[in-house]
Design a protein around this ligand. Structure first.
Ligand code: RNT
Ligand code: ZN
Length: 419
């Protein structure tokens, strides 16, 4: 097996070299792009508050595949298993309701870094960074569909306090782990049907966010991001935090804009947005996902859209300005497989972008669009998969579909035994 991987790589290396592409440089660059694995794929966006609350916020997880994580230790073990199947060093993205509250009722406006000490210790041991999110859903005070833009000041203040504390927790994570924690605010706020006043909730949201971000925190520890969405289940007609709202907010307040691939019109891709927003913002966050009809959160596949997104990240020439996170939840398949499939696909797409023949750009610069198209199409059939297999082998992770055997073994001994 190793012999054939090396032999295939050698042929691929030569083919790419003929196109002016150095495969070793592409692999080295890929190893430097972390992907943040969203913890919520492991337990169907359940969290550990255990108050039996419903998800809400326009989010829905479908499927009843056995074996979801029920405790922080189970979720960490499952994440570690997933990370062992993925080449390179990644990150893990947590939500506030994954804190460890020791069986006590700790409301969202009372969370503290101490509730995440177990996660920080674990991340240290895994040599990975953490990212974070306030959880502005699955809570009685979010039940009527509004949080940070709620008309009732008391409810607004509750969520402002939650988001403030979330930033402090993010900063504590970033400080402890020596890598900035991207802390992303997404508020589900919106109306099912046509609003009479579209402006007032947006004015309240802007003011609430200004309160959330009032305290300066060191960017070496925490990076603030905010996430727009076009619509959700139950917020089909209006979301307070629309794309234009947050684009303006980010540019004027110097925040990271989070582009979620499933948060725009169904045929709209975020690939084309990356270069535009990076003209005005130093850094952005992506929630890589896959929209299917009304759902914005299917497992990421190696689609044309994903390839376009990854290609644009690379084409910026500064992939470190784009923080790559995943955001999907599928409860109908093995959840560890869902992580492995989506993350490996993200990486494959990045690799294809990194292996792009320079001839394509050169042709464009010369006004030769015939050659541009010809080589764009030729590039699709270059043997990037041999480079990918080589990368996996060199990182000591399963090559090809062999990762699924690991998932099945873990299923037999661990997740399949959960009831
Ligand atoms: C919801 C947003 C948000 C959530 C997670 C759980 O539409 O995409 O990012 O998916 O925070
Ligand atoms: Zn998202």
């Amino acid at each position: 097996m190793v012999g054939s991987i090396d032999a295939a790589y050698e042929i691929a290396r030569e083919r790419y070299a003929a196109h002016g592409v150095e495969t070793a440089a592409a692999v080295a660059a890929l190893a430097k792009i972390p992907v943040s694995l969203h913890c919520w794929q492991g337990d169907d966006v359940g969290g550990f508050e255990h108050d039996g609350g419903t998800l809400g916020g326009g989010l829905a997880v479908t499927g009843n595949y056995p074996g979801k994580a029920r405790t922080p230790d189970e979720l960490r073990a499952d994440l570690a298993k997933a990370l062992s199947l993925i080449p390179g060093r990644q990150r893990v993205n947590l939500h506030a309701f994954y804190g460890e509250f020791g069986g006590k009722k700790v409301d969202r406006d009372a969370i503290e870094p101490a509730h995440f000490a177990g996660w920080i210790d674990w991340a240290k041991a895994q040599h990975i960074g953490l990212d974070f999110n306030p959880t502005c859903f699955a809570h009685p005070k979010a039940a009527d569909g509004f949080t940070l833009s709620h008309a009732d000041m008391r409810i607004r203040n509750f969520w402002i306090e939650h988001c403030r504390r979330s930033r402090e927790i993010g900063a504590a994570m970033g400080k402890a782990l020596g890598t900035p924690c991207v802390t992303n605010v997404w508020a589900p706020d919106g109306y099912k049907d046509t609003p009479a006043d579209r402006l007032a909730p947006r004015a309240r949201l802007a003011a609430a966010l200004d309160d959330v971000f009032a305290k300066p925190l060191p960017p070496e520890h925490v990076l603030d991001a905010v996430e727009p969405k076009l619509f959700g289940i139950g917020t089909e007609s209006y979301t307070t935090g629309s794309a234009e709202f947050y684009l303006g907010y980010c540019i004027t307040r110097k925040k990271l804009l989070c582009l979620d691939a499933g948060h725009f019109h169904p045929t709209e891709s975020i690939a084309d947005k990356i270069s535009s927003v990076l003209l005005y913002l130093p850094e952005i966050l992506l929630h890589v996902s896959r929209g299917v009809r009304w759902d914005s959160d299917h497992v990421v596949t190696l689609s044309e859209d994903l390839l376009a997104i990854a290609r644009e990240i690379v084409a910026t020439g500064a992939p470190e300005r784009v923080h790559v996170g995943l955001d999907y939840f599928d409860a109908s398949i093995n959840r560890i497989a869902a992580w492995a499939i989506g993350t490996r696909n993200m990486q494959k797409a990045l690799l294809v972008g990194l292996l792009e023949p320079p001839r394509i750009r050169e042709a464009e610069a010369a006004g030769d669009f015939t050659t541009r198209l010809a080589f764009q199409e030729e590039a699709k059939a270059l043997p990037w998969n041999a480079v990918w297999d080589f990368y996996c082998a060199s990182q000591g992770v399963p090559v090809g579909a062999a990762w699924l055997d690991d998932v099945r073994a873990y299923e037999r001994t661990v997740t399949g035994k959960r009831t």
